[in-house]
Ligand binder design. Structure first.
Ligand SMILES: Cc1cc2nc3c(=O)[nH]c(=O)nc-3n(C[C@H](O)[C@H](O)[C@H](O)COP(=O)(O)OP(=O)(O)OC[C@H]3O[C@@H](n4cnc5c(N)ncnc54)[C@H](O)[C@@H]3O)c2cc1C
Length: 675
C-alpha cells in the first residue's frame, strides 16, 4: 500500500464545552477509505472539489482486508457477444426490492468503472485481443464477473489510493467519525460538519482527541456493519455508520437483507470458502466436545453423488438462500453446518480426504458427480486423487493464502462456519447517492442500493459507479466548491454534550458486554433461520439494552477508548433497527427471501433431509408482492418508524434523443439540484 502524506495542520481551533478542538474546513468530506470512498474522493478532486478523507484505518475495511476465493468485480461488456444493459440490470435486481433505476445505472456505469480502474493500473486479466477474461458468479446468468485474484478489492484500494495521493487529497488517518453536525435551514435540516475522534490530536485541553470538520457535503463510505454478528467473515473492526446515520435522522432501507455463507471466522483469518475451495470437494465433518467425529452431511443428503455435487456448488451458489434448502440443493449444506454448531460441535473441511460415502451408498468418485459438476471438473483438468491436489492444480494461491495466516491446509483441516458477509441494505439513497439529510451522501456498502440478492461482484461495482455519481453531483452543486460558512459551533456543543453523557466511568455497561450481547443476539436470532417469536423477543431485548445505555452510559478506562465506546453504542442502535425492521416484516406476513428462512409451522415450504422431512424447519415462501417494496427505517425521538416504500421504476422503453436531452446535461438539470 502507498505511503500517506502527513495530514495537514489545522488552521483554526474552536473551544467547545471547554475543550480546545482543531477545526478543518473542506468542501466535501469523505468518511472511509475503502474502494468506494476513495473512488468518490478521486472523482471529486478531479472535478475541482476541495475534498478531504477521514478514515478509522487507512487500509482497514472490507475492500482492503477481506476476500473470497476470488474477489469479483461485476462488469458489463464482457458477456460473450457484448452485453445488454437492460438485461444486465434485470440480473442485478432479480432478487427484488431493488430500485430499477439503480440497477440500470450500475449496469451502464460498470463499463466506466472497470475501464477507469484499468487506466489507473488495476491488472484485470485479458485475452490476446484485449477482451477481459470473465466468468459467471452467483445470482447471475452469464459471465460478467472478472477478478485479479483473491486481492482484487485490495488492489482497487491501492490504485485509487495512489491516485488520491497523486492528486494531493488531504487524508486524516486513524480518525473516527462519531457525530454528524446539522443545522436547521428553513424547513430543512442539512449537514454542516462532522465531529470525529483522533487519538493523535489528544492534548490536556482535548483529552478525547476531538476534531471538527466543517463541510457542506459529507459522503458516508464507511462500509458495512461487520461487527454486528458474532459469526462474521468481515475483517475485525468493521462498524460502518448505520448508527451514526440513524442518530442524525438519516433513513435506512432494506436492512433486513444480508448475505450469509460458509467461511473461516474473523477470530482467525476471515475468508469465504467459495470458488475452488469447495469445487475441489473436500471432506466436511464435525467434531463434538469429546473429540468424536461426525459425518453429519449423511443426515441431509441421500447419496454420495448428491452430497459431493452440492459441496461443489457452494463454489458459485455461495450465499445461503432459503429456497436452496429445498429439493436437496446446496443451501441444505449451510443449514447442516448451522445445526451442527447449535449442537456445540465444530465443523471442518479436510482437503486431504475425499468426502466420506453416505452409509449404504457407493464411495465418492470423480466419475460419479452430477453432470454440471463432472463437466466443470473435467474441463478444468481436475482429475487428481485428493482435494488438496485438485486445489494445487486449479488454484495454488488458495493454499498459499491460508499459509500466510499460519494455516497449512495441506497438513490440517480448516474450521469454518456460516457467517455474515455483507449487508445489502444501508442508507436510503436516490440515484445520485443522496440521503434524506441535505448534503449527506452514501456510497459502497454504507448505501442500501442492493436488493434482496445481488450478483457476486455487484457490491464492488456499485461502490465504483455511485462513488463517481456522488462526485459528479457534489461538483455540480456549487455549494461544495467553497468552504462552508455555516457555524458548526452550536451543533458541536450538543454533540460533545451527548458524548460526555454517554462516557461514564461508573456505568454498568462496558464495551465487551455490549459487544457480546449484540453479536450473540444477532447471530442467534437474526441469522439464516428466524421465527416470529424469537425475532420479536430479540427486538425487545435490543430495545431494553439501548434504553439502559441511554440511562447509564458506557464505561471506559482511558480517554483513548472513546471512539470504540461510541461505535458500540451506535452498533447497539443499528442492531435494534435491523431487528425492528425484521420484526415488522415478519409480523406483516413477509416470507423467506434471500438470506433468511422465516420458519413458521404454518409455512408452505418444508425442507427434506436424508432422514426424512424437517417439519421444525417449515418456512414461509417469499411473497411476490414483496419484491416490489422496500422497508425504510428512521429513528425519531428514540423510536424506530418503519414504512414500506415502492421500488423506483425504470422505463425500459424510454429512449434518449440527443437534441432534446442535451440541454439538461448542459444546464445541469440532470442533477436535479433543486430537489
Ligand atoms: C469475505 C468477503 C468477501 C467479499 N467478496 C466480494 C466479492 O467478491 N465481490 C464484491 O463485489 N463484494 C465482495 N464483498 C463485499 C465487498 O468487499 C464490500 O461490500 C466492499 O468492499 C465495501 O467497500 P466500501 O468501500 O463500501 O467499504 P470498506 O472497504 O469496508 O471501507 C470502509 C472504510 O471506512 C472506514 N471507516 C469505518 N467506520 C468509520 C468511521 N466511523 N469513521 C471513519 N472511517 C471509518 C474504514 O476504515 C474503511 O477505510 C465481500 C465481503 C467480504 C466480507
Amino acid at each position: 500500500m502507498p505511503r500517506l502524506k502527513p495530514q495537514p495542520s489545522a488552521t483554526d481551533q474552536l473551544v467547545v464545552s471547554g475543550y480546545t478542538v482543531p477545526l478543518y474546513h473542506c468542501g466535501a468530506l469523505v468518511v472511509g477509505s475503502g474502494a468506494a470512498g476513495l473512488r468518490s474522493a478521486v472523482e471529486m478532486k478531479r472535478r475541482g472539489v476541495d475534498v478531504s478523507i477521514i478514515s478509522q484505518s487507512a487500509w482497514g475495511g472490507t475492500s482492503a482486508c477481506s476476500g473470497s476465493d476470488k474477489q469479483t468485480l461485476h462488469t458489463a461488456n464482457t458477456k460473450d457477444q457484448g452485453d445488454d444493459f437492460q438485461e444486465m440490470a434485470g440480473c442485478i435486481g432479480a432478487g427484488g426490492a431493488m430500485d430499477e433505476d439503480t440497477a440500470y445505472i450500475e449496469a451502464v456505469g460498470s463499463i466506466r468503472a472497470m475501464a477507469s480502474l484499468q487506466y489507473l493500473g488495476l491488472p484485470l486479466p485479458q485475452d490476446q485481443s484485449g477482451g477481459t477474461l470473465r466468468y459467471q458468479t452467483d445470482h447471475d446468468e452469464v459471465g460478467r464477473a472478472t477478478s485479479c485474484g483473491p486481492r482484487t478489492s485490495r488492489l482497487m484500494v491501492k490504485v485509487l489510493a495512489e491516485e488520491a495521493i497523486r492528486l494531493e487529497v488531504p487524508f486524516f488517518n486513524q480518525t473516527t467519525a462519531v457525530k454528524i453536525l446539522t443545522q436547521q435551514q428553513g424547513t430543512q435540516s442539512r449537514v454542516v460538519g462532522l465531529l470525529a475522534l483522533q487519538v493523535r490530536c489528544r492534548t490536556q485541553k482535548n483529552p478525547y482527541g476531538l476534531v471538527l470538520f466543517q463541510c457542506p457535503a459529507l459522503v458516508l463510505a464507511a462500509g458495512g456493519p461487520g461487527e454486528m454478528y458474532r459469526d462474521s467473515v468481515f475483517p475485525n473492526g468493521c462498524f460502518g455508520t448505520l448508527g451514526l446515520a440513524l442518530e442524525a435522522g438519516i433513513e435506512l432501507v432494506n436492512i433486513t437483507e444480508n448475505q450469509f455463507g460458509i467461511g473461516t471466522r474473523r477470530e482467525g483469518f476471515p475468508w469465504n470458502l467459495s470458488g475452488t475451495y469447495v469445487q475441489v470437494i473436500p471432506h466436511i465433518y464435525s467434531v463434538d466436545e469429546q473429540g468424536g467425529e461426525h459425518h453429519f452431511l449423511a443426515d441431509y443428503y441421500r447419496t454420495t453423488q448428491e452430497m459431493a455435487s452440492n459441496i461443489f456448488r457452494k463454489g458459485y451458489q455461495w450465499p445461503f438462500h432459503a429456497t436452496r434448502m429445498l429439493d436437496f440443493k446446496s443451501s441444505l449444506l449451510d443449514l447442516a453446518v448451522v445445526r451442527e454448531n447449535q449442537k456445540g460441535r465444530r465443523v471442518f473441511m479436510d482437503f486431504n480426504r475425499n468426502p466420506q460415502a453416505i452409509p449404504g451408498d457407493l464411495p465418492f468418485s470423480l466419475q460419479r458427480l452430477d453432470d454440471d459438476v463432472y463437466h466443470y471438473l473435467s474441463n478444468a483438468g481436475a482429475s487428481q486423487k485428493q482435494p488438496i491436489d485438485r486445489l494445487r492444480h486449479m488454484n495454488p494461491l488458495a493454499i498459499e493464502l491460508y499459509k500466510r495466516y499460519k494455516k497449512d491446509i495441506t497438513a490440517a483441516p480448516l474450521e469454518f462456519a456460516v457467517n455474515h458477509q455483507h449487508m445489502n441494505g444501508g442508507i436510503n439513497v436516490d440515484t445520485w447517492g443522496r440521503s434524506n439529510l441535505a448534503g449527506v451522501y452514501a456510497v459502497g456498502e454504507a448505501a442500501g442500493t442492493h436488493g434482496v440478492t445481488r450478483p457476486g461482484g455487484a457490491a464492488l461495482n456499485a461502490g465504483q459507479v455511485f462513488g463517481t455519481r456522488v462526485a459528479e453531483h457534489i461538483a455540480a452543486d456549487k455549494a461544495a466548491r467553497h468552504f462552508s460558512t455555516s457555524a458548526v459551533e452550536v451543533p458541536a456543543v450538543a454533540a460533545v454534550a451527548a458524548l460526555e453523557t454517554l462516557l461514564d466511568t461508573s456505568s454498568r455497561h462496558g464495551v465487551n458486554d455490549i459487544r457480546q450481547q449484540v453479536q450473540a443476539r444477532m447471530s442467534d436470532h437474526a441469522g439464516i433461520l428466524c421465527t416470529a417469536s424469537s425475532v420479536a423477543s430479540a427486538r425487545r431485548d435490543a430495545e431494553l439494552l439501548n434504553q439502559s445505555i441511554r440511562r447509564h452510559g458506557i464505561a471506559y478506562r482511558r480517554h483513548s477508548e472513546a471512539a470504540r465506546v461510541l461505535q458500540w453504542q451506535q452498533m447497539a442502535l443499528a442492531s435494534e433497527a435491523v431487528l425492528a425492521a425484521l420484526d415488522y416484516f415478519i409480523a406483516n406476513n413477509g416470507g423467506s427471501r434471500g438470506a433468511r428462512a422465516i420458519c413458521d409451522p404454518q409455512g408452505d415450504a418444508q425442507p427434506d433431509s436424508a432422514l426424512g422431512p424437517m417439519p421444525e424447519l417449515r418456512f414461509r415462501s417469499e411473497r411476490v408482492e414483496d419484491k416490489q417494496e422496500q422497508l425504510v427505517v428512521k429513528l425519531d425521538n428514540e423510536e424506530f418508524h418503519i414504512r414500506p416504500q415502492s421500488i423506483r421504476r425504470f422505463d425500459r422503453d424510454a429512449k434518449t434523443f440527443f437534441e432534446r436531452d442535451w440541454p439538461a446535461w448542459l444546464t445541469g438539470a440532470i442533477y436535479d439540484l433543486n430537489h
